[in-house]
Design a protein around this ligand. Structure first.
Ligand code: NI
Length: 180
């Protein structure tokens, strides 16, 4: 089922989402709906607050571009991007690399706005999966960026919070038109 995507100004997007302590059947079906919703919207990631759920749950899929990373390790072993996607995760904990890089981002909850966002080039992500196992994902490039963007959503942070002050001025006007 395709779900409505919450839009800028909706308070759920500003919540620090609740940790997931139990994966229910309802949550598994929510994940199926989130994947369908993300694909329909042609996004590469979607977080639970974007479908109006206060849960530390998100999905990422960058399999359209296997060249978007230079490495991927899952629990210390080299892995292929298509083996991990769509990546569904709960309760993420990220270790951010010190080197930053800028790239253009958008968000399905902030229609019509894109901006350059500086983020860590590399991450080590400790993620829980729906089956209760934990996985450590080390990567860079677009996958590292997408995991950071979605994890931000779970903490009530939007990419527009992270853009430079100079570009913020022009974007603030557009955001005003969208909502709060
Ligand atoms: Ni987003």
């Amino acid at each position: 089922m395709i779900l409505p995507i919450t839009q800028y100004g909706n308070p759920v997007l500003r919540k620090k989402c609740k940790r997931v302590t139990e994966v229910t059947d309802e949550m598994r079906s929510l994940v199926d709906d989130m994947i369908a919703t993300m694909e329909e919207a042609e996004g590469i990631g979607l977080a639970a607050p974007q479908v109006d759920r206060d849960l530390q749950l998100a999905i990422v899929d960058v399999s359209h571009d296997p060249e978007c990373i230079s490495y991927l390790r899952v629990d210390g072993e080299d892995a292929k991007i298509e083996d991990l996607m769509p990546l569904v995760f709960i309760n993420p904990e990220l270790k951010l690399g010190s080197e930053k890089e800028s790239s253009t981002e958008g968000c399905l909850s902030i229609d019509g706005i894109t901006a350059e966002v500086k983020r860590s080039r590399e991450i080590i992500a400790r993620l829980e999966r729906l089956d209760g196992t934990k996985v450590t994902v080390e990567t860079d490039g677009l996958l590292a960026r997408a995991i950071q963007h979605e994890t931000d959503h779970l903490n009530g942070i939007l990419f527009t919070d992270r853009i430079s002050t100079a570009s913020k001025l022009s974007i603030r006007r557009k955001l005003k038109r969208l909502g709060s």
